[in-house]
Design a protein around this ligand. Sequence first.
Ligand SMILES: Nc1ncnc2c1ncn2[C@@H]1O[C@H](COP(=O)(O)OP(=O)(O)OP(=O)(O)O)[C@@H](O)[C@H]1O
Length: 323
Amino acid sequence: MEKAPLLDVRHLTRDYVSRPLLGKTHTQRALDNISLTIDAHEIFGIVGESGCGKSTLARLVMALDRPTSGQVLFDGEDLFSLKDKELKQRRRDFQMVFQDPFGSLDPRQKIGRIIAEPLHVLASKPDKAGIRARVASMLESVGLEASHAARYPHEFSGGQRQRIAIARALITGPRLVVADEAVSALDLSVQAQVLNLLQDLREKRGVTFLFISHNLAVVNSIADRVGVMYRGRLVEQGPAQAVFKQPLHPYTSALTDAELSVDRFGRQARKNLPNRSAETGAGCAFYANCPIAVERCVHERPELHTVALGRTVACHRLDHTAQ
Ligand SMILES: Nc1ncnc2c1ncn2[C@@H]1O[C@H](COP(=O)(O)OP(=O)(O)OP(=O)(O)O)[C@@H](O)[C@H]1O
């Protein structure tokens, strides 16, 4: 019998509704019918431009937000059907690492307290000596020293702070870690060290990762499989190396071809990406920018279909079964 995935995201949709004081209500569909599965011990990457819905997906997988429709099954259990108390207990199994190693650590708390925090949230009567020992051993697992527990965040470099954030995420012994742009704020050499650490944690602790990044090279270096998002939709999915080496969806091709540039705020963006906006309600989200679009793409939404072993793509032009 086939083993059930650790994470099973089913038809996830999230609308943000804004109501300006004057004018009409505006609905922004940040996630549009996303389905994906991640097996235990896998590193699944999500790539896409800013605003495509990556963080919205991360927040829903972490049950920090509720979907407009759809389900997130963790080890077969629908997170949104759990009672608050059950969800709180379940949270030990999935944790998150954020992008900003500076903003995400409270500057007034010592490192030991920061790392122990998820344990304090979970336990009604925390065992202080046990927690101290766990924090010390966790610091060593992420390449820091047990004595660092007594120091404050400002005493550490960006890379060390991200190790601290990873230690905090791992202290409850989670099975899934969602890393949202977790290495994006780091220098290249530090990025490589943190990526090695994540890989090591997968090998040694069997952690599964949902690894979100706009940086294709980073995702290619760490992910087993990758999903490509465009305007809230998943347009392509498959083994990371195959997808980046031979992209199938026209958007993935544009993304891999586009040159990476850094703006004056130090943010990375892709130059030369086609960016014509268009209503995409019924059709393909990419049709207005697509070099191979046909009439059908304007009116009919392409669903993900299998084109090769383990590879799926949402493009009418590649759906030979339907033509
Ligand atoms: N709380 C919110 N209210 C209204 N719209 C939102 C909200 N959060 C996100 N959005 C919109 O939803 C879309 C997806 O946003 P999201 O932050 O998930 O994208 P992203 O791919 O993570 O972008 P980035 O890489 O810039 O963080 C964007 O158009 C964004 O403006």
